[in-house]
Design a protein around this ligand. Structure first.
Ligand SMILES: Nc1ncnc2c1ncn2[C@@H]1O[C@H](COP(=O)(O)OP(=O)(O)OP(=O)(O)O)[C@@H](O)[C@H]1O
Ligand SMILES: [Mg+2]
Length: 112
């Protein structure tokens, strides 16, 4: 099992969740995160003044998938989240040791 963590534009959450649902991943987590990538935030001009915005608000989607589903999950997220502009986001992949469905006590891949 792998955890796929996608940091994406908040406006793309609906499209990404729909794409994951179509792939058969109804279970996921969505949180709001603040951070920055290579551009280290943003400079905004308001009435002639320059303001530095250090942290950008992004959405973080976490989905645990079977190893065989990693590549198609990444493709689906990218396809739904891309605009081609800086700040589209990033995807990180982590190993997952175990999973438990609390209601039934099922463990491992069947619990995902
Ligand atoms: N190396 C990193 N570690 C942890 N979080 C990161 C990292 N890079 C980006 N992020 C998170 O992902 C968000 C989006 O990053 P972003 O898409 O701007 O990456 P980038 O490397 O600057 O790519 P781009 O040049 O396309 O903007 C950031 O606001 C931050 O929350
Ligand atoms: Mg960036």
């Amino acid at each position: 099992m792998k955890k796929i963590e996608a940091i994406i534009r908040p406006a793309k959450v609906g499209a990404v969740c729909e794409a994951l649902d179509r792939l058969g991943h109804p279970g996921l987590m969505v949180t709001e995160v603040e951070g920055h990538g290579h551009q280290k935030g943003l400079e905004q001009q308001v009435r002639g003044k320059t303001y530095k915005v250090e942290y950008m608000t992004k959405a973080c989607i976490r989905v645990i998938v079977h190893d065989a589903d990693v590549d198609k999950t990444i493709e689906a997220i990218c396809g739904a989240a891309v605009t081609g502009q800086v700040g589209d986001g990033k995807i990180f992949v982590y190993p997952v040791e175990d999973a438990v469905r609390i209601r039934t006590g099922e463990r491992g891949a069947v619990a995902v």
